[in-house]
Design a binder for this molecule. Sequence first.
Ligand SMILES: C[S@@+](CC[C@H](N)C(=O)[O-])C[C@H]1O[C@@H](n2cnc3c(N)ncnc32)[C@H](O)[C@@H]1O
Length: 270
Amino acid sequence: MQSESIALQSDPSGAGRTRARSTQVDGPDSAANLEQFWRDYMTVFDELNKSGPFRGTVDRHLELLKPRPGDVVLDAGCGTGNLAEAFVKVGARVDGFDFCQVSLEQSRKKVPTGEFRFADMRERLPYENARFDKIGSCLAMHLLDRKAQEALLRECSRILKPGGTIAISGFARSFRPLGPVNGYIATLSHWMRTKNPLGGTVYAVLNAKGAAQISYYIWQIMGREKRGMYDFFSARALGEIFSQAGLEMVQCETVFAGQCVIALARKPVS
Ligand SMILES: C[S@@+](CC[C@H](N)C(=O)[O-])C[C@H]1O[C@@H](n2cnc3c(N)ncnc32)[C@H](O)[C@@H]1O
């Protein structure tokens, strides 16, 4: 939705007339609308925890990063704290950041031992050099344009210990046009295969509303990617971005029923 204000401006021709000039002061990508968007989306986001492909994506970060008890780990763009919670369960000490207050509130509730703070992925991160053994970022870094991704990965490299690892996931460039629906269908077929058809049917009925809500927000994100605000992931682009940041990409694969990409990289020791 776009609201416009009409300003009356003197005609620079000096003819003494006035003319109407339309100025866009608000729009789908204005700061206020984005803040509202994340507030609303993060209120329903945990519906995704009922989705096998989403949980599989969270778990894959742990399988790649292999956090150990006592490791100091960062959840970048922590959202409602799903990845942070998984890190804490294996005994890691967790910091997390996000620029949405609803996200931070939910993370603090879900992971009381975590240290969560307000920070923007597009700015210098509020952590000292070489603080972290591991960094994970689940479905957040694709919400930046390419330049901001490059700057963020340089920041991640700065705050990662030598030898430390980073795993990031995000929407794949092929995530269109039925990505959200595919996630729902994949969850449904997962139920049918691993549990039973009755369970699958119950899942479909109980989760139809949540799936529709999540799909609505995901379609808005896809719209922003089309307008050039975001750069969805490809293995090639991630390889370039890691390399520019002084990180070595170890592996890259698809997750979330093929809709998303996850990559692991390491900071060289010297
Ligand atoms: C799709 S959610 C993923 C949440 C969480 N990582 C998970 O998987 O459960 C994306 C999160 O990124 C956050 N985010 C988006 N752009 C951001 C930015 N520029 N700086 C910090 N956080 C941002 C949003 O507020 C939201 O909480």
